[in-house]
Design a protein around this ligand. Sequence first.
Ligand code: HEC
Ligand code: HEC
Ligand code: HEC
Ligand code: HEC
Ligand code: HEC
Ligand code: HEC
Ligand code: HEC
Ligand code: HEC
Ligand code: HEC
Ligand code: HEC
Ligand code: HEC
Ligand code: HEC
Length: 298
Amino acid sequence: MGRTKKTLLTLALGGLGLMLGLYLAACAATSEEMKPAKAPAQPPAQVVAAAEPADIFAVEVKPLTVADCARCHPHQYNSLKTDGRKHKFDCQNCHEVFHAYNPNKNNYAEIMPKCGTCHTLPHGQRFKECLQCHQNPHTPRQVSMGTQLSGNCGNCHTSPAAQLKEFPSKHTQQGCEMCHDKHGYKPSCSVCHEPHYEAQAFTDCTGCHSVHKPLQIAFTDDTDLKTCSGCHGEVYEKWSTTKAKHGEFSCTMCHGQHGLVPECTDCHDQPHSAALHAKYTNCLTCHINPHDLPVQNK
Ligand code: HEC
Ligand code: HEC
Ligand code: HEC
Ligand code: HEC
Ligand code: HEC
Ligand code: HEC
Ligand code: HEC
Ligand code: HEC
Ligand code: HEC
Ligand code: HEC
Ligand code: HEC
Ligand code: HEC
């Protein structure tokens, strides 16, 4: 028991001494670089001796790690580190062969990793030259807007292109790049438009307008009715102050689509006597205004 403890202690102390020695050596090196004016602290001689193996060939040779590659290739390493995304794995997964370039053999292209080893053709047959767009495999998602993407948007994004075509609007007349001037960037409507009323949030615009078919306006149950006031101020004013029951219902309950005007009889059938309805075909002759029905006792 006691013996083992002692041995362990010795080992531990030895280990500590070794680490201390290395640490001091490192400090010495750093302080020498940083503050050349000060005399460097000298590590105790016996510790240095312990850190230096007697036979420099008596060490186990380990394969190069990513950090080892990084010492000489900081540029590629930092690219991967900051924006390598899903390519953030060991260099040698891609570079199975490296340091094999021979100008006499002119074999650079040959020894470089091939996208096809791991990928198929994700964008179809038309786009085979991966590096034309993914110019830096160490930052695979950085694809700059340029001749490769221009004019090709619709070949990858079929749905926006088809919508713009099928539902002509003034957005159709704009090229994709007028709005998407960087790849992947989606502008806010506020870049080019004013809201319908002062306090309207720009995050609400797409609730009614799908941007690639902006004139196909869709109303939902939670449509912000204040929007209507921007263009139908008088109607909105009447509706919001009326004492009749119609004021309790959403504009969109009666106008389910923009521009759609219902018949009173869609909801009311014919509430009066047949004689009265025969005589008056237009309900509004007596009820005046659907947004402000004349009502008694209210
Ligand atoms: C996803 C695969 C992949 C990974 C991971 C990767 N590389 Fe590369 N690397 C490539 C490809 C492909 C090329 C060739 C690019 C070309 O031809 O333009 C390349 C080129 C290089 C080059 C030549 C100079 C240059 O930048 O074009 C060096 C050096 C290099 N890589 C080092 C590294 C190091 C170091 C790591 C790890 C820190 C690493 N690579 C990780 C695929 C990869
Ligand atoms: C001691 C420095 C050093 C280390 C460590 C190092 N390289 Fe290199 N590497 C070089 C030099 C020098 C070149 C030639 C000049 C250049 O292209 O930067 C080179 C070239 C390359 C090239 C392009 C040319 C070729 O022949 O392949 C690749 C790819 C590459 N290294 C990958 C790696 C990878 C991966 C690692 C880690 C496993 C690594 N290197 C470790 C110094 C180093
Ligand atoms: C050693 C295998 C390997 C090679 C070689 C390779 N890739 Fe990849 N790549 C991957 C893996 C694995 C993923 C992650 C796939 C996934 O999650 O679906 C990936 C993902 C990507 C992504 C998406 C990155 C992200 O973060 O979403 C792009 C873009 C890409 N690769 C392009 C390329 C291009 C271009 C080349 C050739 C220059 C290439 N890759 C070479 C393995 C590789
Ligand atoms: C015409 C340009 C172009 C070409 C050529 C091209 N890509 Fe892409 N690729 C892109 C763009 C743009 C993206 C989207 C990048 C982003 O996220 O912003 C992309 C994304 C990817 C993704 C991620 C896909 C996803 O849905 O998440 C992979 C993987 C990929 N490319 C691999 C490849 C491979 C492999 C090749 C060659 C066979 C290739 N690309 C050729 C432009 C291109
Ligand atoms: C080679 C195929 C390819 C080409 C060409 C291409 N893209 Fe992309 N794009 C992608 C891929 C892949 C993505 C990422 C995956 C996704 O979100 O669909 C993407 C993402 C986008 C996004 C973000 C999507 C989102 O949901 O956030 C926009 C916006 C975009 N691209 C616009 C464009 C425009 C504009 C062009 C033409 C200048 C273009 N793209 C050309 C493949 C391509
Ligand atoms: C008038 C400006 C404008 C034009 C023109 C335009 N876009 Fe967009 N696009 C946007 C906005 C804004 C969004 C974000 C919409 C959202 O968040 O609902 C968007 C979203 C996208 C998206 C991601 C969401 C989706 O609908 O798939 C893609 C991809 C896209 N646009 C591609 C294109 C392409 C391709 C073209 C040309 C054929 C194009 N856009 C033309 C403004 C525009
Ligand atoms: C980069 C500028 C830009 C962005 C971003 C943009 N638009 Fe437009 N939009 C225009 C232009 C230009 C017109 C045509 C204006 C004109 O001729 O008066 C237009 C017209 C419209 C029209 C009328 C279409 C027609 O044919 O009459 C609607 C609706 C519209 N935009 C809604 C939106 C919405 C909603 C968004 C956000 C999702 C948006 N726009 C984002 C530039 C933009
Ligand atoms: C409640 C639904 C709704 C919301 C939310 C909405 N709009 Fe509209 N927008 C409409 C209607 C309805 C029209 C009229 C279309 C017509 O004239 O046929 C319109 C027309 C437009 C027009 C065409 C030019 C004009 O003023 O006549 C633009 C531009 C526009 N909207 C931008 C926006 C923007 C930007 C937002 C977000 C701040 C937004 N819209 C939010 C319903 C809405
Ligand atoms: C950007 C302005 C704008 C906004 C916002 C707007 N409208 Fe309109 N609306 C119009 C225009 C322009 C017409 C066509 C006028 C005409 O034909 O006399 C119209 C027509 C109508 C019509 C048909 C009128 C008729 O006589 O045929 C109804 C109903 C209507 N809008 C309801 C609404 C409702 C409900 C909202 C809110 C959810 C709304 N509008 C928001 C501009 C707008
Ligand atoms: C209870 C059903 C109902 C509600 C709620 C309603 N409307 Fe109407 N609206 C009608 C009917 C019915 C007509 C047709 C009147 C006619 O035939 O002259 C009409 C006509 C209109 C017109 C065209 C005639 C005009 O007076 O300018 C507009 C615009 C309009 N409504 C907008 C709105 C808006 C905006 C709201 C919400 C603020 C709203 N409506 C709420 C039933 C309704
Ligand atoms: C989308 C359905 C709808 C349409 C269209 C509609 N109404 Fe109504 N109306 C109602 C509902 C629901 C009530 C409330 C009934 C109740 O509470 O008993 C109502 C109530 C009324 C009342 C009683 C008012 C009160 O405050 O007590 C009158 C009068 C009336 N409607 C007339 C009309 C006339 C006239 C039209 C056509 C111009 C019309 N309505 C169109 C749904 C509609
Ligand atoms: C000649 C005038 C006149 C015409 C035309 C007329 N109404 Fe009325 N309506 C009235 C009067 C007055 C009342 C209120 C009587 C009452 O409270 O009993 C009334 C009440 C109503 C009520 C409320 C009934 C209730 O039980 O509270 C509805 C709903 C209604 N009318 C719908 C219609 C519709 C729909 C039409 C057209 C198809 C129409 N009216 C045509 C005069 C008219």
